[in-house]
Design a binder for this molecule. Structure first.
Ligand code: SF4
Length: 188
């Protein structure tokens, strides 16, 4: 059975602030969790972004395989598109040597009560779970707030690998435009 299309917000071919080592980053479009203080509100509308087939997204990732050690999937809320996400994770796991880290705003307690999501965990290395809570903001490494929990499904990484991740990075494009990735260091 073919996967549905994936609603995509943005793709960054090479980042250093979205997990261990150099990584490609996929931000999916659509999130209804409305965490107060969310640093990526442009990703919230479910009908914005670009609809791409799993194959189109996979080919973008595959092109980076010689430059990065893995893919990080963030959002938006990846778990709101479970079938497309599973199709993509399945291809990354079986057709590349890339590691896979997924962010979700759902708390682990809610996730583990939803068996429909369990197949996803067989195709990722790490899930970082939990809503952003402004009152518990830490903005260190990949952790926006202290309630976030790490779930390791393979032995590829340990918590220590994530402690080295820079909190943010700035991209300066050839046309002079500036883009930002990671946790906003000046938002309080
Ligand atoms: S889950 Fe993520 S994208 Fe969604 S509102 Fe919370 S911080 Fe923002």
């Amino acid at each position: 059975m073919s996967s549905p299309a994936l609603q995509v917000h943005a793709f960054e071919p090479l980042s250093r602030s979205n997990g261990p080592g150099k990584r490609a980053v996929l931000w999916v479009q659509g999130c209804h969790l409305a965490c107060p203080g969310c640093f990526n509100p442009d990703t919230h509308p479910m009908d914005a972004g670009t609809s791409l087939s799993v194959n189109e997204v996979f080919e973008q990732i595959k092109e980076q395989e010689h430059l990065v050690e893995g893919i990080t999937i963030s959002g938006g809320e990846p778990l709101l598109q479970p079938r497309a996400l599973l199709g993509l994770l399945n291809r990354v796991k079986h057709e590349t040597a890339l590691s896979c880290i997924v962010f979700t705003g759902f708390a682990w307690g809610a996730i583990r009560e939803n068996p429909r999501l369990f197949p996803l965990f067989q195709h990722m290395d790490v899930l970082i779970a939990g809503p952003y809570r402004h009152s518990e903001r830490v903005a260190a490494g990949l952790v926006g707030s202290a309630n976030k929990t790490f779930h390791f499904f393979t032995d590829r990484y340990t918590l220590n690998d994530f402690s080295q991740t820079p909190s943010a990075e700035v991209f300066l494009a050839a046309d002079g435009s500036i883009r930002f990735s990671g946790i906003d260091p000046v938002q309080w």
